[in-house]
Design a binder for this molecule. Structure first.
Ligand code: NDP
Length: 385
């Protein structure tokens, strides 16, 4: 039996994880599940997998959670401190699937306990890359990437011979606006932006996929996960989302991982690692897929990718600044505030105008994030006037 914790259990990645766990109740003991406000979803998930504890971040939802769990024997808890406590359960395996910067502190706490951190929450690693990888080393924890691209790279990358790798190429579907004009994107609605052609995901990452900021954040994430220079990572658009990423070796060999676009595949890889487990996922039928297409990303229509590349090259606090500004801008766009093209414009403005010293501690990152958010919020308000 492996003990597990799922942070962000009610989200898209959380639900995919629960599906695998529910099919393998004899292999996993669920110590805790967490959510933000979705009491009904959290209680249903906890009952489904027989979790010991269910934790809701919003303290006002505590009574409702208690009621929803009554008679189940599952302990209810609420508040950010209780989320951190869940992350500190000392589980063998913890899924970090809280969306955005809010996932950083719980992910750090889990790393300090040792064990395996299955990392979906890319914003945490983007904002606090060195600090997280140092915490993993100090705590004896292993970070396994859940993001399909990084999981693919992990499966192809010879960790014992990093010097033999020349280049890593991340694939991008291109999102719903791959063929859209700038004029069409200017008036794009949140509903159009979250309608991803291949993947079913939470709202924030869906918008990031539409701007290609997601791929930019993934470049930074990859830099922290695999020991190569920043410019050794690049991006190719691959609309079928069948090849999940590629690793090129010095001899010209290129290894890629392929599979149906279903997050349960990379999640299962991290759940069973270093073994493998069965999944109910659709099998890849290359004849049915027919053709695999590849094209260069268009940085004029998708400037967010170029911004992330700049932040990666600059290093220090810049990735945290970019991620925070993007989070604020995406939240406003989803709330029918700013327009789609304003997202990258605001991210650029904050990235270029705010240059705090490189963070050396978690507190430093929290402060950079706070200040970047304040600036981004002011920029959003200026656009809205
Ligand atoms: P969702 O929006 O679907 O789910 C987010 C989860 O985080 C929910 O459980 C939500 O709870 C919880 N949450 C949100 N805010 C807070 C908070 N302040 N405190 C505590 N919990 C919070 O996101 P996704 O599952 O799509 O994505 C999760 C992460 O995984 C993101 O970082 C994303 O980039 C990454 N990722 C996602 C992929 C996907 O296919 N979806 C693929 C690769 C990476 P509640 O439901 O109560 O709001």
């Amino acid at each position: 039996m492996r003990t597990i914790v799922i942070l962000g259990a009610t989200g898209s990645v959380g639900q995919s994880t629960l599906d695998l766990v529910a099919r393998n109740r004899d292999r996993f003991e669920v110590m805790a599940l967490t959510a933000h406000r979705d009491v009904a979803g959290l209680a249903a998930a906890a009952r489904r997998v027989g979790a010991r504890r269910a934790v809701i971040a919003d303290p006002a939802a505590y009574r409702a959670l208690q009621d929803a769990l009554s008679g189940s024997g599952i302990e209810a808890a609420a508040g950010d401190a209780a989320i951190i406590e869940a992350a500190a359960s000392g589980a063998d395996w913890t899924m970090a699937a809280i969306v955005g910067f809010a996932g950083l502190r719980p992910a750090m706490k889990a790393l300090e306990q040792g064990g395996t951190l299955a990392l979906a929450n890319k914003e945490a690693l983007v904002s606090a890359g060195e600090i997280m990888t140092r915490a993993a080393q100090a705590g004896g924890a292993k970070i396994l990437p859940v993001d399909s691209e990084h999981n693919a790279i992990f499966q192809c990358f010879d960790e014992a011979r990093p010097g033999a790798v020349r280049r890593v190429t991340l694939t991008a579907s291109g999102g719903p606006f791959r063929r859209a004009t700038l004029e069409e994107m200017r008036t794009a609605t949140p509903a159009a932006a979250i309608a991803h052609p291949n993947w079913s995901m939470g709202a924030k990452i869906s918008v990031d996929s539409a701007t290609l900021m997601n791929k930019g954040l993934e470049l930074i994430e990859a830099f922290h996960l695999f020991p190569l220079a920043a410019d050794a990572f690049d991006v190719v658009v691959h609309p079928q989302s069948v090849v999940h990423s590629l690793v090129e070796y010095v001899d010209g060999s290129v290894l890629a991982q392929l599979g149906a676009p279903d997050m349960r595949i990379p999640i299962a890889h991290t759940l069973a690692w270093p073994e493998r487990m069965e999944t109910p996922c659709e099998r890849l039928d290359l004849v049915k897929v027919g053709a695999l297409d590849f094209e260069a990303p268009d940085l004029e229509r998708f400037p967010a990718l170029g911004l992330a590349r700049e932040a990666l090259r600059a290093g220090g606090a810049k990735p945290a600044v970019l991620s925070a500004a993007n989070e604020v801008a995406v939240a406003s766009f989803l709330d029918n505030g700013i327009g789609f093209l304003d997202i990258a414009a605001i991210a650029r403005e904050i990235l270029e105008s705010f240059d705090p010293p490189a963070p050396v501690s978690l507190d430093d990152v929290l402060e950079v994030d706070r200040q970047a958010r304040e600036r981004a919020q002011r920029a959003v308000e200026r656009v809205l006037v």
